[in-house]
Ligand binder design. Structure first.
Ligand SMILES: [Zn+2]
Length: 298
């Protein structure tokens, strides 16, 4: 078991401890529960879906990298495929707070990058902030996504975000988590191809400034991240943050990024380059390269 889980694990109810220990002990554990894992945990604990997700929140919150706030938030998103995805907040010292990732963004992006195409519910240990409510309003589940919090009745995003502003107000029909491929040809070595593949699947219906990032860590593994744009702009999640979410959920330390590639569109309205490069530098990674892809190739 990764050391970051041990304290929270020891505080879990005995039946949940016994049931989840083999998963946490597995070197393959990346904060994802498969449908059969969820079924097994429910059977062993007697908990229903909502109660089990609430009981697992302390484990998800162990993944927080809250070096600024020391406020650990955990979230678990539940996909229509039956998979559950852990998420946690991430903060980056020596960067602006705008670079921060919220737990809900982490759990949702974690699901998206694992190929989940729609979410049923999200469980979080504190009430979602306004930023996250707006971020969730970009999802293809719309305001129907269920939100579960400790000590509260389960409700929907519609209850938390009445009179919502969203993609439809800008006549945008694309939604976050609906698969898309912008068709940029995959070229170059593996890291660059991973970044192009991420840009291909990025959600940028407002600016069309598609972008993706791929990181190679000290372990040699590659983590990629897609840009997730938002109708209200500010809650958008940059592609670097998406890749760092995947790295964090794989239990790899964020200061072990060795090499990074950013892919952006030539002549696009927005640019991720400066923010990406400076956040990477704050994490100790200076091996950064930019690949521009052309819209004419789409
Ligand atoms: Zn939030």
């Amino acid at each position: 078991m990764h050391p970051r889980f041990t304290t929270a694990f020891s505080a879990l109810p005995a039946s949940l401890q016994a049931a989840i220990q083999p998963l946490l002990d597995s070197a393959d554990f990346k904060g994802v529960l498969r449908p059969q894992d969820v079924a097994f945990l429910k059977q062993e604990t007697g908990l229903d879906d909502d109660a089990l997700a609430l009981a697992l929140l302390p484990i998800a919150a162990c993944c927080a990298v809250a070096t600024v706030s020391n406020f650990n938030v955990g979230a678990i998103s539940r996909g229509v495929s039956g998979h559950w995805y852990f998420g946690a907040n991430m903060e980056f010292e020596h960067t602006p707070l705008q670079q921060t990732v919220h737990a809900e963004q982490s759990a949702i992006t974690h699901a998206w990058l694992n190929g989940e195409e729609k979410l049923d519910a999200i469980t979080v240990n504190y009430t979602p902030c306004g930023h996250c409510r707006q971020f969730m309003n970009e999802l293809n589940s719309g305001t129907a996504i269920r939100i579960s919090l400790p000590g509260r009745a389960v409700s929907t995003l519609g209850d938390y975000l009445p009179d919502a502003f969203g993609p439809a107000d800008l006549n945008i029909t694309e939604r976050l988590l609906t698969p898309i491929n912008h068709g940029f040809p995959l070229e170059g070595e593996a890291l660059q191809q991973a970044a192009i593949d991420a840009a291909n699947q990025s959600h940028a219906p407002y600016s069309h400034s598609f972008s993706g990032v791929a990181l190679r860590s000290q372990s040699g593994k590659i983590f990629s991240g897609r840009y997730a744009e938002n109708a209200a702009f500010n809650p958008s999640l940059p592609p670097l943050q998406a890749a760092l979410i995947m790295m964090n959920m794989s239990n790899e330390a964020l200061n072990t990024v060795q090499q990074a590639v950013l892919v952006e569109c030539e002549n696009s309205t927005l640019r991720q380059q400066d923010a990406t490069q400076s956040t990477l530098a704050a994490l100790g990674c200076e091996d950064f390269s930019l690949t521009l892809v052309s819209k004419t190739s789409v």
